[in-house]
Design a protein around this ligand. Structure first.
Ligand code: G4P
Length: 534
């Protein structure tokens, strides 16, 4: 094997690239911060938190962001732990929830789902989970905030199984709940880890090995807690799911960890087990068949475009997930959709607070390259094979809609240019209604903040002020046509339902509510709908 192949193989095998999926406030920022502390990527608790407010304070169009004290952008963080390189893809979650959040999941090889122990499975988690499930990637669960009153762990497992339709295997098990949390029993290591509830930092956990039933376990946690633990573990062993690596790797079984991110409890157990179980960079499907990360031809794809991170340059950053080969500074690649070679200039990697120029990067890594407006979401880049194209990234369902028109009708041209550009960047989706004479376009977004960004950027970058009129629609569904001409004129739809075409001329139905969606599928037996464009 050539040296380059050996090098790539070594680097691939020590990489794990995952996204965290959760509902706002479940503890994503806190857990991320604790993971970065373990990797030594940050030295101080609070660094990630401050990123929420400070990191992009320099971006001018993000006045909105400053006013609200949130980051509109997601980022990528890399840290090293015991010789492994871990890439965490941040999924924006508060008001800044957007289609970017879904697209980020396409660039991850596994996902970590954080659940608030008192709240269980919440709405945003369900949406993100479904994207991961569809991809069949492994999903790990961290049940957070065990230091506080929580639901029973059995109820939480039931909820995960019934709401998300995935089996669960608790790797550790909580001892004492409802604000009386004593610690966890680590089933893999057969040890009790005692929760002391006062350490917000990095000190090691007091862990004691042994077998359930042994005296020193009883002495450690007391007879009552011990007897409950004994019963519960017995129940899990007999009635629970078996530990099955194959099911974990296909996303059919989720390993569950209980802990408290804020108290840094259960986090190390989680990290160690995660590194053992999480996949190294996966093969990716393309027109040239499956592309292995070990292949020495550099390939990657653009999954996110971030505008104007640097106000003085009005630049855009295209985020590229590397799929195979090795990136070296100044690498020339072929962009399949542009049909030309481009140089990847000044690629950057992102840490908690900093951006650094990348000299080398490997499969699983994410690099951000300067984009003078030439990249689109989903672009394939390949060093050697001009015919290689990865599967497209689907469009995800918008949930908020507005009719948009330029206030000054002479500005139609820059208006169209602006919205075309912004839809290619993935900021908004543009639909053209085809079942009415109304000459207006519909913008669809996953999070309402995108409307403000749309107005702001059209005004500042394209000098176009728009009238944006929100319409009370909630659901976009693509019509499955299987490549055959579809006659939409005979569809029986409720009077308000909009028939539209997306930017790729795919037919889309936009509904006001679930009732009108069911009405459409009930009345039109040949109508099949899907919730993404692909
Ligand atoms: P997010 O990124 O998922 O939105 O959640 P984040 O980490 O910001 O956590 C949301 C809140 O939950 C924070 O409290 C955080 O301190 C708290 N939290 C996180 N993990 C735990 C835990 O294990 N136990 C308990 N009891 N709380 C936890 P906050 O009051 O909103 O913010 P802050 O004042 O603590 O910064």
């Amino acid at each position: 094997m050539s040296n380059i192949k050996t090098l790539i193989e070594r680097e691939v095998l020590r990489r794990r690239t995952f996204a965290i999926i959760s509902h706002p406030d479940a503890g994503k920022t806190t857990l991320t911060e604790k993971l970065l502390l373990y990797g030594g990527a940050i030295r101080q608790a609070g660094s990630v938190k401050s990123r929420k407010t400070n990191r992009y304070a320099t971006s001018d169009w993000m006045e909105i962001e400053k006013q609200r004290g949130i980051s509109v952008t997601s980022s990528v963080m890399q840290f090293e732990y015991n010789g492994n390189f871990i890439n965490i893809l941040d999924t924006p979650g508060h008001q800044d929830f957007s289609e970017d959040t879904y697209r980020t999941l396409i660039a991850a090889d596994s996902a970590v789902m954080i659940i608030d122990a008192a709240k269980g499975v919440e709405a945003q988690t369900i949406k993100l989970f479904q994207v991961c499930k569809k991809r069949g990637i492994p999903i790990f669960t961290f049940v957070n905030k065990m230091d506080r009153a929580s639901k029973s762990p059995f109820d939480l497992m039931d909820e995960i199984e019934s709401v998300l339709n995935i089996y669960s295997y608790p790797v550790n098990w909580p001892i004492g709940i409802d604000g009386d949390f004593k610690g966890i029993y680590n089933r893999q290591k057969s040890q009790i880890e005692i929760f002391e509830g006062k350490d917000h930092g990095m000190s090691s956990v007091n862990s004691v090995k042994g077998r359930i039933g042994e005296k020193h376990f009883k002495d450690l946690i007391g007879e009552d807690y011990h007897s409950t633990l004994e019963d519960e573990i017995e129940l899990l062993e007999h009635a629970g799911e078996k530990y099955d690596l194959e099911k974990i790797s296909k996303g059919l079984l989720t390993p569950v960890f209980f802990g408290s991110a804020m108290n840094n409890f259960g986090v190390e157990t989680f990290l160690e087990e995660f590194i053992k179980l999480a996949p190294t960079p996966l093969d990716k499907n393309s027109t040239a068949g499956l592309v292995s990360p070990f292949n020495d031809n550099f390939t990657g794809f653009v999954f996110k475009i971030q505008a104007n991170m640097n106000p003085t340059h009005r630049d855009r950053i295209a985020f590229i997930r590397i799929c195979s080969g090795k990136y070296e500074k100044g690498l020339q690649v072929y962009n399949y959709s542009l049909k030309k070679h481009i140089k990847l200039s000044q690629p950057q990697q992102f840490m908690a607070q900093d951006r650094t120029i990348v000299e080398q990067a490997y499969p699983g890594d994410i690099i951000g390259v300067f984009d003078p407006g030439i990249f689109n979401i989903g672009d394939t880049l390949s060093e050697k094979n001009k015919n290689l194209k990865f599967d497209d990234i689907p469009m995800f369902p918008s949930e908020y809609f507005a009719r948009i028109t330029p206030i000054n009708s002479t500005k139609r041209k820059p208006f169209i240019k602006g919205i075309t550009q912004l839809s290619q960047e993935g900021t908004i989706q543009i639909f053209k209604q085809i079942n009415s004479g109304i000459d207006s376009l519909i913008a669809g977004v996953v999070g309402v903040l995108q409307f403000e960004i749309l107005e702001h950027r059209l005004k500042n970058e394209y000098n176009v002020e728009i009238k944006l009129e929100r319409i009370p629609f909630k659901i976009a569904r693509w019509i499955v046509t299987n490549g055959v001409e579809f006659d939409h004129s005979n569809l029986k739809l409720s009077s308000s339902t909009i028939i539209a075409k997306d930017k790729n001329q795919n037919l889309v139905l936009i509904f006001e509510n679930e009732w009108s969606q069911s009405w459409a599928t009930d009345k039109n037996k040949n109508l099949v709908l899907k919730d993404t464009s692909l």
